[in-house]
Design a protein around this ligand. Structure first.
Ligand code: NAP
Length: 245
């Protein structure tokens, strides 16, 4: 038996149009799953493969997860769901998050929308005895001085992961999480496109390199699989040792 064979399974990756979520989506697809992804642009053709978005073979829909009514009511092209991955996320730099408007916007996308998605898919996941994976961040475990909303939302996502896990285990749903370290995506360009900042970041990572979407996908494939059948409410830190140092 190959526990990482997802043939016959349906997967939705919210935030699967770019970066980490896109890497996770393509990893499930490569192992046989039918994979749906949500993002913010009008159509799949609006994404550029050179910019960390490979929509090949994925079923794309635009759903703004901060529009909670849309999350609750959008028409779905599938009627069963085995794996829900919540990889949506935004950050606002330049002290924007110290203003309430941006603070609320970030918390809505990074935290409140997790509950909106969980509520929408609870029934399907319970029916399939499926799995939900919440992507939080290594930032949940330390302060990030310029981005208070990002930090609060990711710390909230960490707490929500263990609480939903306990609450929904008896419904047949296993909830777990992934806390990435530093991965080069459009979210982190401010660091990774800046040679001195990148160098300083790499010095802090014992494995000596950035993480990749494929590194995060490895954790997601494991957590959603029967190999992790007895793993519940855990957020796996996938950071190349960043927080060890
Ligand atoms: N990169 C890192 O170093 C790092 C570290 C720790 C945690 N994370 C977390 O990993 C997750 C993925 O981030 P990433 O680094 O891969 O960045 P990314 O490439 O910008 O991906 C973010 C994803 O979220 C989607 N999204 C953002 N706002 C949305 C909205 N209102 N409605 C629907 N979808 C929305 C984006 O859609 P579009 O493609 O349309 O923009 C995209 O698919 C985030 O939760 C992030 O906080 C990243």
């Amino acid at each position: 038996m190959n526990e990482l064979d997802y043939s016959g399974k349906t997967v939705l990756v919210v935030g699967g149009s770019s970066g980490i979520g896109n890497g996770i989506a393509q990893a499930f697809r490569a192992r046989g799953a039918e994979v749906h992804v949500w993002g913010t642009r009008a159509q799949a053709g609006d994404y550029d493969a050179g910019q960390g978005s490979d929509l090949d073979g994925l079923h794309y829909a635009r759903v703004d997860v901060a529009d909670f009514d849309a999350v609750a009511t959008t028409a779905l092209p599938f009627d069963r769901l085995d794996v829900l991955v919540c990889a949506q996320g935004i950050v606002r730099y330049r002290r924007e998050e110290f203003k309430l408007t941006a603070f609320r916007e970030v918390v809505n996308v990074n935290l409140v929308s997790l509950m909106a998605c969980g509520e929408r898919f609870h029934g399907m996941l319970a029916h399939a005895r499926g799995s939900m994976i919440i992507v939080s961040s290594a930032a949940a475990f330390h302060s990030t001085v310029g981005t208070p909303a990002y930090n609060a939302s990711k710390t909230g996502a960490f707490g929500l992961t263990r609480t939903l896990a306990e609450a929904w285990a008896r419904d047949g749903i296993r909830v777990n999480g992934i806390a990435p370290g530093l991965v080069a995506t459009k979210l982190t360009r401010v660091t990774t496109d800046h040679p001195e900042r990148l160098e300083a970041s790499l010095r802090k990572i014992p494995l000596g390199r950035l993480g990749t979407p494929a590194d995060m996908a490895g954790a997601a494939l494991f957590l959603a699989s029967p190999l992790a059948a007895y793993v519940l409410g855990q957020t796996l830190l996938v950071d190349g040792g960043l927080l060890l140092a």
